[in-house]
Write a protein that binds this ligand. Sequence first.
Ligand code: KDO
Length: 330
Amino acid sequence: MRNSTVRRFLLALTAAVVMTAMTTVAFAADKVVLRLSAPASATDARAVALTTQFAPAIADFVTFEGHWNASLFKQGTELEAISRGNLDMCIASAQELSEFFPEFSIFTAGYLHRDAAHQVRVFNSDLMKPFKEKVEKELGVKLLSVIYLGRRQLNLRIDKHIDTPADLAGVKLRMPGSEAWQFLGRALGANPTPMAFTEVYTGLQTGAIDGQDNPLPTDKDAKFYEVTKQIVLTSHLVDLNYLAISKKKFDSLPPDQQAKLQKAADDSMEWGRQRQLKLEDELVQFFKDKGLKVYEPNLDAFRSQVQKMYLESDISKSWPKGLVEKINAL
Ligand code: KDO
């Protein structure tokens, strides 16, 4: 090729590269950015469901950014961040929502939801409508889908055998930092201590706390088995989260994209639910292999004490009349 031909060729190539880059930027700019912040780690089941299922399903119109380990917002401050327009999505807990709307504490009560399927029935039932509407209206947050976190179990660094709530007297049990969680700790018979999730491993290692409660997949993911001696299978809370999004952001999407996003949320959370259930089954052996004692206590003793404490407490005064019975009937 002659020099001028080479130059023309290079110029054309440069122009093509620039055009492609500009188009990519334009497409990227056209996409809606959804920033989610959560205390969960990037390997946590919910993070995996969001990054491997949810994000790819809506990738044609959404750029999903997951910020894990509370790197963007501190645990418990995400709902307010969405409300103020500083964040688009989060993994909200009923405990956090109960700080704004006390009636949400019904979904934080020990031994209320029976299992993962029951959670889904409750979330999709008409009973949930006034709860969802209130959060949308007053907080500007839309609860897209229910997330199965798993059955919370006691995980202790002390060796003492736990059979009934009385055996937990004086045990410093880390619970997340809100009143709904602290109450659950007391209902279990323990001495609850608030602490952020990201500090729990060190708390167990140093002995600042005697134990913590979380579902088995979380205990594995956070490596709590390295610094604890036993897991007591109390299953005291079939724990849930809600996949939450800014209502303003959601409403700004055209209807077909809203529907696609909603479906991606439901499908990915169902995928996560099945994965989490399978993990819970498999992990008992994993912890035993790591040298931990894993056993069931007197479940009737735990269930009756916890349910009684809730029903006699001020917390249950905020629950809509007859709702416990309706939830039980679902
Ligand atoms: C926790 O702090 O123990 C907890 O399990 C509470 C849940 O509601 C949820 O927020 C979870 O932490 C975090 O997402 C970290 O896994």
